[in-house]
Design a protein around this ligand. Structure first.
Ligand code: ATP
Length: 365
């Protein structure tokens, strides 16, 4: 299969810092990939290597089957035929909106008369056909980012690269621009890669999300798979997939706080475990009705739901959304869908937990 983007064995060091530790990726045409990870994990370096703005130490990058980077080969950014959108818009303030959008065509030697229909097409796609003569400084942040988007797509790039495209915008605008960008990508059948440290931005825009940590890809999956089946506790925490708690698998089952659940690891592992309790697996109930008992220690009204912090008998805290809840300080029960639990052993290897058919809990405390 010919991929729009294919990366094999990409390495990059800055002195003692390993920025990219062997990246392998393949992206089919028409897909959007988010590079997600904490600050310093190597996202920007990877994006810059794809763009041709940085040179890798080893490995290869292919665009539509064409090798654009390999040891001894480095195609210039202009020759890679990419569109780029930056966090800070990066528009030229002394040029009009029209001139900004026309610039990539000018660089490609397209004659002024031939430029006009393409610029008008790109501006109308982002809803700014009437703003061509304005200066970028006379536009809102969202409008400026739409101009940057028009400039990135005007020359019909084979790959669209975006560096935190929504992070300078406020929440409402982020959502509407995410919808617009998504619509545009689908309409034009674009392939895109974008960098973000915000899982909401990644989930809103991407077909696939690649989680990077310390220069290495940890998991590449759909947003749904990443959220529901994170490969490691660190990914679960990063995508805010629920509450992470410490537990212990022993001869009698799985111990969480003062409760013992009749569950075991399929491989027979005994010892400390890290547990993910997804919010959807937890339900508030009367103090004596749940598998776990807790006290409400935080209660925030968030419109559609209450965001609760609950403290278990051993002092560990968990987060839960509910439509109603008693006041702060009250004792409650928590019903737990044990089939939704995810557990890792003390070396962060995923465990296959086996729930008994009829789960009953016995308090040990
Ligand atoms: P952020 O979200 O903060 O931008 P990032 O995930 O994009 O972070 P990179 O900018 O790719 O991370 O940096 C990866 C690592 O390489 C970091 O440890 C960074 O300090 C280092 N690094 C990046 N660029 C350089 C450089 N030009 N010189 C030295 N070290 C660098």
């Amino acid at each position: 299969m010919k991929y729009a983007l294919q990366i094999a064995g990409l390495h990059k060091r800055f002195g003692d810092t390993l920025a990219l530790g062997g990246i392998d990726l393949a992206l089919p045409r028409g897909q959007v990939l988010a590079l997600l990870g904490p600050s310093g994990c190597g996202k920007t370096t990877l994006l810059r290597c794809i763009a041709g703005l940085a040179d890798a130490d080893d490995g290869e990058i292919h665009l539509d089957g064409e090798c654009v980077a390999a040891p001894g080969r480095h195609l210039s950014p202009d020759d890679r035929r990419l569109g780029m959108v930056f966090q800070d818009y990066a528009l030229w303030p002394h040029m009009s909106v029209y001139q900004n959008v026309a610039f990539p065509l000018e660089m490609q030697g397209v004659k002024p008369n031939a430029r006009r229909p393409q610029v008008e097409w790109a501006l109308s796609l982002v809803g700014l056909a009437d703003y061509a003569e304005r200066a970028p400084g006379a536009l809102s942040g969202g409008q400026q980012q739409r101009v940057a988007l028009a400039r990135a797509i005007v020359a019909r790039p084979r790959l669209l690269l975006m560096d935190e495209p929504l992070s300078n915008l406020d929440k409402g605008l982020r959502e509407s621009l995410a919808l617009e960008i998504r619509g545009l990508i689908e309409e034009l059948n674009l392939t895109a890669v974008f960098v973000t440290h915000d899982q909401h931005e990644a989930f809103a825009l991407a077909d696939r999300v690649a989680v990077l940590q310390q220069g290495r890809l940890q998991q590449v999956d759909s947003p749904e798979a990443l959220f529901h089946t994170p490969a490691t506790p660190a990914i679960a925490e990063f995508v805010d997939a629920g509450t992470l708690l410490d537990g212990r698998l022993n001869a009698s089952g799985l111990a969480i706080a003062d409760t013992q659940l009749p569950m075991a690891a399929a491989c027979g592992y005994r010892g400390d475990v890290r547990l993910l309790l997804p919010r959807r697996a937890l339900r508030l109930c009367a103090p004596d009705d749940g598998l776990l008992r807790a006290r409400i220690t935080g209660r925030l009204f968030q419109g559609e739901h209450l965001s609760l912090q609950l403290t278990l008998a051993d002092g560990s805290a968990l987060k839960l959304h509910a439509s109603h809840a008693p006041e702060r300080g009250c004792q409650v029960g928590i019903d737990l869908d044990v089939t939704a639990l995810r557990a890792w052993d003390d070396r962060a290897h995923l465990l296959d937990l086996m729930p008994h058919a009829d789960v009953t809990a016995t308090a040990t405390g």
